[in-house]
Design a binder for this molecule. Structure first.
Ligand SMILES: [Zn+2]
Ligand SMILES: [Zn+2]
Length: 146
């Protein structure tokens, strides 16, 4: 079990996840939403996320082209996760975790739309868009070997 919260502390959540599917997402939506070159995200099932406090403060913005909701705290604006209801998955913003999480990103994804002023300086595999489930499986398998 791991716990996290927003900047103001009103929203608190816990997740039951092994923290394996972590990526650095360079898509334009993450860049805009965070005002950052990329966002480190944990891909996990929505039903493994549980709210401890502040669920009624959650607000969301739908990105229609992605068919996904970007969910944030309406009090402080911290973005907590993206939710794709049709897939039953979320991508949780790793920086909102409070517990000392032993995790590391597996890849840089959506580098096809990364900010031109940012140069990726790590050796992680790069995907121009979002990897398929099979590609994620391979990434996971290779990460477990090291
Ligand atoms: Zn907040
Ligand atoms: Zn993104």
């Amino acid at each position: 079990m791991h716990q996290g919260s927003c900047l103001c502390g009103s929203v608190k959540y816990s997740i039951d996840d092994n923290l394996q599917f972590v990526v650095n997402c360079h898509c334009q939506f993450c860049s805009k939403a965070h005002g950052a070159a990329f966002t480190t995200l944990l891909m996990m099932p929505f039903n493994k996320l549980e709210f401890i406090e502040g669920q009624t403060l959650l607000a969301s913005y739908e990105v229609e082209t992605l068919n996904s909701l970007r969910v944030f705290c309406s009090r402080c604006g911290t973005r907590l996760y993206n939710h794709s209801p049709s897939k039953g998955m979320i991508s949780l913003v790793v920086a909102t975790l409070d517990t000392d999480a032993k995790l590391r990103p597996l890849a840089n994804i959506n580098v096809g739309s990364k900010c031109s002023w940012y140069s990726i300086a790590d050796e992680l595999p790069q995907f121009s868009s979002t990897p398929s489930a099979a590609e994620f499986g391979q990434l996971r398998a290779s990460a477990l070997q090291c």
